[in-house]
Design a binder for this molecule. Structure first.
Ligand SMILES: Nc1ncnc2c1ncn2[C@@H]1O[C@H](COP(=O)(O)OP(=O)(O)OP(=O)(O)O)[C@@H](O)[C@H]1O
Ligand SMILES: [Mg+2]
Length: 375
């Protein structure tokens, strides 16, 4: 059992730098929580306050119902993996992994230490490296040792701060899958920090999206993708980034329409219902739509011209320019195109684009809040 609860947590560094403002979050037992956001948004600071590596300026952190603000890191029953591995260069892989166990009081038997280290090594596929020193390992292997060292100890909460960011893209994908397996095996509460939205989406049961020390939204991957609470979340989650156009949202009877570049498109019924329930009238908005939801159409679309064609293999990312020189991105699956069509999508080519009413998002231009958040 390990719930983690942060209540009104605030971090003020020396010089009155407020790194985290009023952070509130209830993490359930065995939940995998990801903190994600751009550099400097306060992810590591928050994690380090849970770990006890950073003093909490205001508010409380509870682990299993116990306020831990004044507990030493070693008394919090946490394990932590850092971005830079922090392995001891003069110790073998085995001894690096055994290190936290050798510190335990009362002492753990050598047999127990051996069993725990070898079984963690097995899980992580590093058995054959147990007698090597860290410098004789690749980055990915070192990272596994660092994870192994955190795994051997019984802990209530597993904390990871950008554990994969030093790895190349391919290895990162592989390790991401291993973390999913690891999580199933050790079945404990995880708090995982990353600035990578793909990692956040694929690993998290829930994602906490942060900006400038504030929580912008907490939700499952599906919720934050389908129902972003504000423009920041809408554009942070999903790649390439969500397109935006300033236009009007028009209410006609029970129906709603948008008019990007003078093209009138109907909002789908379910979204119209939410807008109506929220009492939204005709108004200016920022309209959002994702690149993968854009269709190239023959008529009644928004006229654009191709700027850049990025061939990604299974899809093309078309960067297009609108009549007022705004840039939009269109994702076209290559299987839908003939060879001629594919080759025709070159710079300067004029097209019309559209998108269905089901995939539209509407934001207040001032507050940047979504008009679809149910009130
Ligand atoms: N020891 C410190 N003293 C003063 N300010 C600090 C200190 N540590 C961090 N900060 C500031 O607090 C803010 C949050 O930093 P933090 O390291 O938590 O960000 P982060 O989200 O982990 O970023 P990154 O993705 O770059 O690791 C930043 O503005 C940072 O400059
Ligand atoms: Mg950080």
């Amino acid at each position: 059992m390990a719930q983690v609860k942060l209540t009104n947590v605030k971090k003020i560094y020396q010089g009155n730098v407020v790194a985290v403002h009023d952070f509130n979050l209830d993490i359930q037992d065995k939940e995998f929580i990801v903190f994600v956001g751009p550099s400097g948004c306060g992810k590591s600071t928050t994690l380090r306050m849970v770990a006890g590596l950073e003093e909490i300026s205001e508010g409380t952190v509870e682990i299993d119902g116990e306020v831990v603000n004044d507990l030493q890191p070693k008394d919090r029953h946490i394990s932590m993996v850092f971005q830079n591995y922090a392995l001891y260069p003069h110790l073998t892989v085995f001894e690096n992994m055994a290190f936290p166990l050798r510190l335990l009081r009362p002492k753990m038997s050598n047999k127990e230490i051996y069993d725990r280290v070898t079984s963690a090594a097995e899980v992580l596929g590093i058995t054959e490296y147990l007698t090597r020193k860290p410098k004789a390992l690749s980055g990915g292997q070192r990272q596994r040792v660092a994870i192994g060292r955190a795994m051997v100890k019984d802990c209530k909460v597993f904390l990871m701060d950008e554990p994969l960011s030093n790895l190349d893209a391919k290895l990162r994908n592989q390790m991401r899958a291993e973390i999913i397996l690891l999580r199933k095996r050790i079945n404990t509460t995880f708090i995982y920090v990353t600035h990578d939205q793909t990692e956040a989406m694929t690993l998290g049961d829930r994602i906490v999206i942060m900006k400038d020390g504030y929580i912008m939204q907490v939700g499952t991957p599906t919720e934050v993708f389908d129902e972003p609470a504000n423009l920041f979340v809408a554009q942070f989650i999903g790649a390439p980034m969500m397109n935006t156009v300033k236009c009007q949202l028009i209410k006609e009877g029970k129906k709603y329409f948008v008019n990007p570049y003078g093209v009138k498109l109907e909002v789908d019924g379910e979204k119209a219902q939410i807008l109506a329930d929220n009492g939204v009238e005709t108004r200016d908005i920022i309209l959002g739509f994702r690149p993968e939801h854009v269709d190239i159409v023959k008529e009644n679309g928004i006229p654009v011209s191709v700027l850049v064609n990025e061939m990604m293999g299974s899809e093309i990312h078309l960067h297009v320019l609108t009549s007022d020189n705004a840039k939009l991105i269109v994702r076209v699956p290559t299987v839908r195109l003939t060879k001629e069509e594919r080759e025709g999508l070159t710079a300067g080519k004029e097209l019309q684009i559209s998108f269905p009413g089901k995939v539209m998002h509407f934001f207040d231009p001032e507050t940047e809040k979504s008009l679809l958040v149910k009130e």
